[in-house]
Ligand binder design. Structure first.
Ligand SMILES: [Zn+2]
Length: 309
């Protein structure tokens, strides 16, 4: 089971998360075969959006998206409604992948990595997008840098898994975050919080890849932080779940336009659209295409009538 735990330290403005993804990563690779190092990077991206989404106070989606001219052309890792993950990577056919699977900069070449927050419409909130600078050694360091700059939150992030642990296909992430001090905090409390942060992050940095990849959250946290008092919340199950549906697929086909759509149907007898995230196949026969064409006509009429201006 894919699971996320959050924990917090007693009387300290410090929180943490531990996440392990196995079946989600297998599901993501079910419809597209990724080389192991690419799959692992996708796992890190999915683990990251799961942890970011877990801290959101609103309903919606968090996405980590990249585009570039390196081995990784485009990628998307998304967490919707706090628990539903999906992800995809588009790689070049060139098989010379970066040796370090963690070095996102090397994967992207000249490119960009962005975090997008997409609140659901009924929240009345606006989408937000921030760029993640790629000048750090790996995805974890780039995200630490992003949290520091964009949210003024000191963050430490560790990932393990991947090629060294072939029997355990998956990724485990551990995150520690220093929250702002409470208003009215005394100098002594502030110093104690800072000391604790430095000690806790130093302890976390001693974690080996093997410990992180193989130990369960309660065991690992006890091993690392047993000198401190902390609360581990019950684990939250995460799932690989796509949001594709017939209506969204209709919308995609509408972009082809009436002529091309009709021509395509005549040529093929049936139009099929496969969701690249989950492999779901949507078939369009004559009646379905007629319905899409009707929607195109309705939209066109509305637009000419000035209803959309
Ligand atoms: Zn889908």
């Amino acid at each position: 089971m894919d699971v996320l735990f959050r924990f917090s330290f007693a009387d300290l403005p410090i929180r943490g998360q531990w996440v392990r993804l196995q079946s989600s990563l297998q599901a993501a690779g079910q419809f597209r075969a990724y080389p192991p190092q690419a799959s692992h990077l996708l796992g890190q991206m999915l683990a990251s959006v799961a942890m970011i989404a877990d801290n959101l106070k609103f309903s919606g989606a968090v996405a980590l998206q990249s585009q570039g001219n390196g081995a990784l052309r485009r990628s998307l890792a998304e967490c919707r409604d706090h628990i539903n993950l999906r992800g995809i990577m588009h790689l070049t056919d060139d098989t010379s992948f970066p040796l370090s699977y963690q070095d996102i900069g090397a994967w992207l070449g000249a490119g960009q990595l962005a975090i997008t927050l997409l609140p659901d419409e009924d929240t009345g909130m606006q989408p937000y997008q921030g760029l993640v600078a790629l000048d750090q050694a790996d995805l974890a360091r780039c995200l630490e840098d992003y949290f520091g700059r964009s949210e003024q939150l000191d963050t430490r992030l560790f990932f393990a898994g991947g090629a060294e642990y072939e029997s355990e296909v998956g990724v485990t992430g551990l995150l520690l975050q220093r929250l702002p001090n409470h208003p009215g905090v005394t100098d002594t409390q502030r110093d104690a919080a800072q000391d604790a942060w430095e000690t806790l992050t130093a302890l976390a940095a001693t974690v080996t890849d093997e410990e992180l990849a193989t130990l369960d959250a309660p065991v690992l946290l006890h091993r690392l932080f047993h000198e401190y008092s902390y609360t581990l919340q019950p684990g939250k199950a995460l799932h690989y779940r796509c949001t594709c549906d017939r209506e969204r697929t209709d919308n995609t086909l509408m972009m082809l336009g009436k002529e091309d759509l009709t021509a395509l149907l005549i040529e093929r007898g049936e139009i099929t659209v496969d969701c690249e995230f989950c492999g779901m196949r949507y078939g369009y026969q004559q009646a379905d295409v007629d319905r899409v064409v009707d929607r195109i006509d309705t939209l066109k009429a509305a637009s000419e009538g000035g209803l959309l201006h």
